[in-house]
Design a protein. Sequence first.
Length: 294
Amino acid sequence: MEITSLYISSPENFQKPTTEKSSDRDREKKETIRYILIWTEKNVKPLINLGEGRTVFIEKKCKWSNCYVTDDRNLLGDYTEFEAIIFGGTQLYLLRYKNDLPKRRDPNQKYIYATLESAAGYPVCTSFWNNFFNTTWTYRLDSTLFWPYFIIEDNNNITVGPKKNIIWKNISNMDPIDKDLKATIGLKSKAAAWFVSNCNTVSLREHFVKQLEEQMIVYGLELDVYGDCGKLQCSQINMKGCETMLQRNYYFYLAFENALSEDYVTEKILHALRYDTVPIVFGGANYTRFDTKY
């Protein structure tokens, strides 16, 4: 297997249209509206992608389009009537502090934990949450509902990753580098770059970068740090220009995560892969699940 396409993930990547004939039972299920309540603030990922009502399920031609999403706790008169309740993981601490969690629960009701933020940044590892959730919707590969930051497609545009066991092609069987890429690499003149705005992270990546900079100087190399944590600036308003500069000038790019959590690999790695730059990764994931080791 080799990467041919990398995309920021979106609902259509995981809800493919179906042409299968539904059984009578399936039709009955589809005709029954399943109401889903967003208990927390809905304007955060991945909750924001759900929108309101059934629209997103219909527009994306989902196999099941009988789901109705709302953040109105009173829509059905009693919130225990909802099929499922979704809780944004980044807001759990505030909910508990404000005593704003559901006081009653139907035994058939699903409680869904949803977040794209790292487990290290927003842990849910206290006994208070034991047996609270029965479904997870996160970036982790072992989630009930998996939502990665990006997907990997093969030559046939079939989604093949990320996943726990990807069999990558041996380097000897991969397609050769084309002449345009060779020409791009031949014009590069700088060692490495890093675009960053968060200078105080759970992963302490900033401390590692400081040591890396010192070692690079010993070998006559420089690490160019752009943004709030460095001396150089590259406006996010002109991000396309920044990425073009990365492609033109740099051999390597630091794809350093702000937290060390299992399977937590964000779109940072795409800055390198999309712009002919080798990513140097720093995170808590097994990266062979997300990218070829070559």
